[in-house]
Design a protein around this ligand. Sequence first.
Ligand SMILES: [Zn+2]
Length: 251
Amino acid sequence: MRLQTIDGETATLRAEIAALPKRLAALETRLAAERSAVEDAAKALKDEEALKRRLESDLKDQQQKIAKLRDQMSNVKTNEEYRAFQHEIEFAEAEIKKIEDRELESMERVEQLEQKRKAAESELKDNTKAVEIEKEDARAASVEQQKKLEDLTRRRAAERAVVPEELLRIYDHVAGSSRGTGVAYAQGQRCMGCQMYVRPQMWNQIRGGEIMTCESCGRLMYYDSSREPQPVAVVEKPKKRAKKVREAGVE
Ligand SMILES: [Zn+2]
């Protein structure tokens, strides 16, 4: 039973040790997502900058075009020619209006993107700090866990050294199976590992101090009189007895 307790603690500890890198990896994944959110916002802002330069250049082109048209217009001879120039100027002015609208839209997007970038940056900064702290804690916990594991391994070896080889073989076989544990105490003529009744003859042997193998689950069964609330079990009243077993089990 002492070996089983140590094996149980070892399994729990190993699960904790295994869970740690997974948690750290999850934190790193979150940080990576936040980093890419910052990069995305920065890239979108850069794109808006490029668009702004292009629009400014287009605007200048249209303004130069209008100035040129006005120049040429002073030399026209006919009304028809004059109207043609007028029409071209109006067209260029409409283009300017469109460009200015696009500039305004871009400015609104830039404002939103700046806010988004700022939020993403501050979130990244906070979480980077939190992850650093968590990693530091994890490193400290890992050292403690390794020490505990070494201690358990030492105690396990000591316990195994005093258990007869045949019992160890059975214990390892059952504990290594899906049952998870290799030893159970017997109480009220039942194996407390699988809750199945044991035959009267076996029950007598167990109570006599022998270690028996449960015919249902294969666990090694032993008797512990301190766990038995009443020394004599009454087989004829299984319901009542079953209740007592449960009560005792809670204690
Ligand atoms: Zn059993």
